[in-house]
Design a protein around this ligand. Structure first.
Ligand SMILES: NC(=O)c1ccc[n+]([C@@H]2O[C@H](COP(=O)([O-])OP(=O)(O)OC[C@H]3O[C@@H](n4cnc5c(N)ncnc54)[C@H](O)[C@@H]3O)[C@@H](O)[C@H]2O)c1
Length: 438
């Protein structure tokens, strides 16, 4: 089937590459000419494991194309996915201007039936608004459908997720739209036997916000538990293990740390709170989730201040700038909180990240970036761990101690063993774990 995807970012490019791998003929459209040019040169505008090979293979097979023109994309395919950004806008609500723009341009250019699919994360009832937009801007009375197909991929394992989804959620209003969506996903349904859930559009839209908000709630919950652990001598990892083995709870998203970040959780929780507010429901639970996430960072900042006493002129090594391992995405990353705070307090920073350095350096060009984690540690008064990259987990405490000026670690991701660190003579603070593990 011919498919157009508008928006060639983390979601659009991965989705387009995967659809083409499943045998569809895909055109990825983006209005950022720089990205389109890079893709024509086979350079990836984002880092995602396995993406380059997948894109290359499908371009060479003639199934994957790139364009900067929605007009061209509209002519190319009957089904058009919207995968543009929906960044936070006024009072945390999603900014839907890019989504509207795509709807408008598709309406102005279509010459026959089209199915316009929301893949971007959008508030409930966006489908209704898109329908109105399409009707307003269409030049003639042409039949069309709207569908919602929320994306659940995780950056860092996005391709794996696409090839082995937990479920595919589709919101539709017509049999024709349901059949087209089924046809698109048939190869992966056949292969994995994953659930293919067909529902109404509002339910599909809401499923995405509810899923992300629930995962964020789990993170804030375990971070709140970690605070009680710190006050009682309990170990949050042991508590999480004890909780997670209960199949009703499950072990995932029970890692205490510096709080959630990234391009989805903060903005989707904010948007869900805002949607509920607009509808007249005060989503107090999620407001607390937001507050716990914010105070967790402040709490870690206090740990740093306690260790350094005077922050001014101290050398602080920060390992990890991406919001999680496996991606170069720094949107809403905890590093964007800690780096400005530490700069303001007068610390001298040495920053390391294996793939996010370039994105970070665009915002903080005057900072020192190192090629290796060990280089960042040389002469450091304190190490702050913000991303649990494998390279950080692999560091040898003995070697770390030799190069640091003071053996002080604030571990925002619980990557090191407290007992080992203590035995090596480190002043070691982690999240919700006593100094020496029992
Ligand atoms: N990144 C994730 O992990 C993830 C996961 C699930 C859902 N989502 C959702 O998917 C959507 C896209 O997220 P992303 O991370 O891929 O964003 P992104 O910023 O990486 O990509 C969006 C792309 O859309 C392009 N664009 C914007 N307006 C356009 C227009 N009018 N015409 C053509 N292209 C246009 C931008 O140039 C950009 O390349 C968001 O709603 C996000 O919440 C993201």
């Amino acid at each position: 089937m011919n498919i157009t995807i508008v928006g060639t970012g983390y979601v659009g490019l991965v989705t387009g590459a995967c659809f083409s791998e499943w045998g569809h003929n895909v055109m990825c459209v983006d209005n950022d000419q720089r990205k389109v040019d890079m893709l024509h040169r086979m350079e990836m505008p984002i880092y995602e494991d396995g993406l380059e090979a997948l894109v290359r293979r499908n371009v060479e097979a003639g199934r994957l194309h790139f364009s900067n023109s929605i007009k061209e994309g509209t002519a190319f395919a009957e089904v058009i996915f919207i995968a543009v950004g929906t960044p936070p806008g006024y009072r945390g609500a999603a900014n839907l201007s890019y989504v509207e723009q795509v709807g408008r341009e598709v309406a102005e250019n279509m010459d026959g039936y089209r199915l316009l699919v929301e893949k971007s994360t959008v508030p409930v009832n966006t489908g209704e608004q898109l329908k109105r937009t399409m009707s307003k801007y269409m030049k003639a009375d042409i039949p069309f459908d709207i569908a919602s197909n929320p994306e659940f991929l995780k950056e860092g394992t996005a391709i794996e997720d696409a090839f082995d989804p937990d479920r595919i959620v589709v919101g539709v209003e017509s049999e024709r739209a349901a059949q087209l969506m089924r046809e698109i996903y048939e190869p992966i349904i056949q292969k994995t036997n994953c659930a293919f859930l067909v529902m109404n559009i509002a339910s599909a839209e809401l499923t995405k916000h509810a899923s992300n908000s629930f995962l964020a709630t789990k993170i804030s919950f375990i971070n709140a538990v970690s605070r009680v652990c710190e006050l009682t001598g309990a170990n949050v990892e042991q508590v999480a293990q004890g909780m997670g083995l209960d199949r009703r709870i499950g072990p995932k998203f029970l890692n205490a740390g510096v709080g959630y970040g990234g391009s989805c959780f903060p903005k989707d929780v904010d948007a869900f709170v805002q949607i509920a507010d607009n509808l007249g429901y005060d989503f107090e639970l999620l407001k607390t989730v937001q507050r716990v996430n914010k105070t967790q960072r402040e709490h870690v900042m206090q740990m740093i201040q306690r260790e350094l006493w005077v922050v001014q002129d101290k050398e602080v090594a920060i390992l990890g700038l991406a919001f999680k391992p496996g991606t170069d995405d720094i949107r809403e990353s905890p590093s964007l909180y800690f780096v400005p705070q530490l700069i303001e307090a007068g610390a001298k920073l040495r920053l390391w990240d294996p793939v996010a350095e370039q994105n970070f350096a665009e915002r903080f060009p005057d900072q020192r970036y190192t090629k290796t984690p060990m280089e960042a540690l040389e002469g450091a008064d304190l190490l702050l761990v913000l991303t649990e990259w494998p390279e950080v987990k692999a560091l040898e405490p003995e070697a770390m101690k030799k190069v640091m000026r003071c053996p002080v670690v604030v571990d925002g991701r619980n990557v090191f063993d407290p007992k080992v660190m203590h035995d090596q003579g480190f002043s070691y603070t982690s999240i919700g774990r006593p100094g020496i593990a029992v």
